[in-house]
Write a protein that binds this ligand. Sequence first.
Ligand code: DON
Length: 305
Amino acid sequence: METMQEWVESLERRARTRLGSGRVANYIPALAQRRADRFGIAICTNDGNIYHAGEAQEPFSIQSIAKTLLLTLALRVHGDALWTRVGRNPSGMPFNSLTQLEVEGGKPRNPFINAGAIAVTDRLVSAFATPSKHLRDVARRLSANPTIHIDERVQASEWQHRARNAAMAYLMQAFGHLDNDVDAVLQAYFSCCALSMSCVDLARTFNFLAAGGYARSLGEQFIAPDLSRRINSLLFTCGMYDAAGDFAYRAGLPAKSGVGGGIIAIVPGCFSVCTWSPALDERGNSVAAQYVLELLADDMGQGTG
Ligand code: DON
């Protein structure tokens, strides 16, 4: 019987066969320079052990993975009142689509599409003096890595190319659904997306979702068990955007992707996993990272994982 470490290494070997398909994101120019042949995977078990393979300690831009932490913090502060500003259903549309937002009166379908995350960020701008620093500090504590930082080059690049996100924010403001200044909300949102973290950092950070809300790195219940279950449900139905159904069919795990090429996924009661490879499919999800999660789920289903 193979050990956990041997299993993670075998997943890495098999996933590397998919390197070469997909394209590195270039709509945020600062992301375009990543080499497409990078691949990493890290698992954090609920008893606190880390197993990793490949470039799992190399920091990358977490991008939309930050939306999971934004949502968690906003629910901690605002509770169910958050749902007056954002819905809980899959959008069936690309992550940066504007069309639904106007038709549906400025209320984004869910917290993981860009409009939804901007609406959630607005609630955090109301609650914290510097929401991005607060989020960075939470990430530092959950991952037990005090060196985590916001990549200012990526943040500046997002700001420069903000037209679509700005259009969403202004549309929500026009519907009376944004309380704060559009630029302040966008700056906070971009800063959070520009956090630079590794697979190991992210697997540790999101372990609380595998452990019923208990954060081992903090030694405390970070969120209530029912909230943890609900966030996992939203990840399952909405975390992979318009590919959520396909990914649920392939891997059957709550997951959140980012255009930096990372994906976090949760096996409730067992472990959190983060995998990263920069080349994306046409829906903005990493090709090799999705594939390795499918392999992982297959192995677990066959009792070989
Ligand atoms: O706002 C954006 O477009 C990026 N900061 C985040 C998008 C993203 O990561 C989509 N995920 N696959």
